[in-house]
Design a protein around this ligand. Structure first.
Ligand code: CAP
Ligand code: MG
Length: 445
């Protein structure tokens, strides 16, 4: 039998737990956790321990903990158990929160020490809901889906956007990068981005790279009238971040990109809230899977999506229904809505939905995409407000980059017209070659 802990005493349960009707959603940030207590541990006690640890408590009672400090206590208020664990709702009072300190402070509370508590076998932060007072402290995205559409020219006839990643990830020089961008643009992409590992390396410095790429994209604009967005990866530690962004924009960049997990939400917010930065921000999430992959422990991608929207990202990678990356594990019972492709759809629908004054964020599906996988992704992830990015699936086409881009556009057009890929491929050779090359047959299962 596990010894009773101090916060299990009735007096302290009143401080760290509440009935649902006592929690005013306008006065609390609500965190939803999946919790698995250690062998013999109690779910309610585990939830109360988190509320205590992340607000005014610690492992033992302290003499200094007395009124009026109790008003800063977090409160566990809704606990539902399911196979070996359960879901717990914990309310964090706004009085506890330093609004000016932003998301780094918030995360120190809702995603802090709790992950290391020995009384828990697993704990996962599934979702956060914020009162208006908190959300309105953030400016959010400058462009959002509509703003990006106006730049690309799809605002009047919304359709899914097609993007590509210059491949190989690194190693090309500025001129070669521009040549690949030119081919992809003429093939029909709306968006081109640097890969998450390409920043300002000596073999491809931002200044030269942007200059050459934008020269080529201006040419495409003259030739086709189409405006293509090129997202320059400005990721770096803080001391170089704004230098990279300014260099990119001074040399013509019409979009910038940030690896938000490695650079930090505050870096994204600083870029997005800077009035001198007048271009959309594409947000990459590399390293997210270290936190998001395990369905029992870590942080759900929905939380990251909400923090990126608050920080001002205009586009965000959210996952694929079919591709090379691991999909969220299916959730059972109480966890159903947080698992599987359904979870990605839920995130995309949140990013596309109204949220107080906040602009929307364009969800991006990426990772092993090629034409044969287009229908499954558009169907499952929601259309038309979505972007499909393909790197290998475009530059790996047997006829080269331009044909690869055409094949992806053809697959998207086929889906929008309600025509099967087989039928559409009869009239579209680039698509036919891509389907044969990457083995369309497996889709017939
Ligand atoms: C895709 C990609 C993206 C991943 C990111 C890559 O290239 O450029 O970084 O999609 O994953 O480097 O793998 P391919 P996620 O099209 O060649 O696969 O979108 O899940 O964050
Ligand atoms: Mg990449």
């Amino acid at each position: 039998m596990v010894a009773r802990k101090w916060f299990e005493e009735e007096k302290w349960v009143k401080v760290f737990a509440a009935d649902p009707e006592e929690i005013d959603p306008d006065k609390y940030i609500i965190a939803i956790y999946y919790i698995e207590p250690r062998e013999g541990g109690d779910l309610k006690s585990a939830a109360i321990e988190i509320a205590s640890e992340e607000s005014i408590g610690t492992w033992t009672k302290v003499k200094t903990l007395k009124e009026p400090i109790f008003k800063y206590a977090a409160k566990a208020y809704l606990i539902k158990s399911s196979d070996g664990g359960g879901v717990a709702y914990i309310g964090y009072p706004l009085d506890l929160i330093d609004l000016e300190a932003g998301l780094s402070h918030l995360l120190s509370i809702v995603a802090g020490n709790l992950f290391g508590l020995s009384s828990l076998r697993n704990v996962r932060l599934l979702d956060l809901s914020f009162p208006k007072e908190y959300v309105t402290a953030f400016k959010g995205p400058k462009f959002g889906i509509n703003g990006v559409r106006r730049l690309v020219g799809t605002a009047d006839n919304p359709r899914p956007h097609l993007g590509t990643i210059i491949k190989p990830k690194v190693g090309l020089g500025p001129k070669e990068t521009a040549e690949v961008a030119y081919e992809a643009a003429l093939g029909g992409v709306d968006f081109i981005k640097d890969d998450e590992t390409l920043t300002n390396q000596r073999f491809n410095p931002i200044e030269e790279r942007v200059t050459h790429v934008m020269e080529k994209l201006d040419l495409v604009r003259e030739e086709t009238g189409r405006k293509i967005l090129y997202a320059v990866n400005v990721t770096s530690d803080y001391d170089h971040l704004f230098k990279n962004a300014e260099t990119a924009i001074q040399h013509g960049a019409n979009t910038i990109m940030l690896d938000v997990i490695v650079a930090g939400y505050s870096a994204l917010r600083a870029l997005a809230e800077d009035p001198s930065i007048k271009v959309p921000i594409h947000v990459h999430r590399c390293m997210h899977a270290a936190m998001t992959r395990n369905k029992r422990h870590g942080i759900h991608m929905m939380v990251i999506a909400k923090l990126v929207r608050l920080s001002g990202g205009d586009q965000l990678h959210t996952g694929t229904a079919a591709g090379k990356m691991e999909k969220p594990e299916e959730g059972l019972g109480l966890l159903e809505e947080w698992g599987g492709v359904r979870a990605i759809r839920g995130i995309n629908d949140f990013l596309r939905s109204e949220w107080y004054h906040m602009k929307t964020v364009l969800p991006v599906a990426s990772g092993g995409l090629h034409p044969a996988l287009v229908p499954a992704n558009l169907r499952a992830l929601g259309c038309p407000d979505i972007q499909l990015n393909a790197g290998g699936g475009i530059h790996g086409h047997p006829w080269g980059t331009r044909a690869g881009a055409k094949a992806m556009r053809q697959a998207m057009d086929a889906y929008l017209k309600g025509v099967t890929l087989e039928d559409y491929a009869r009239e579209h050779p680039e698509l036919k070659v891509a389907l044969e090359h990457w083995g369309y047959k497996f889709l017939k299962k």
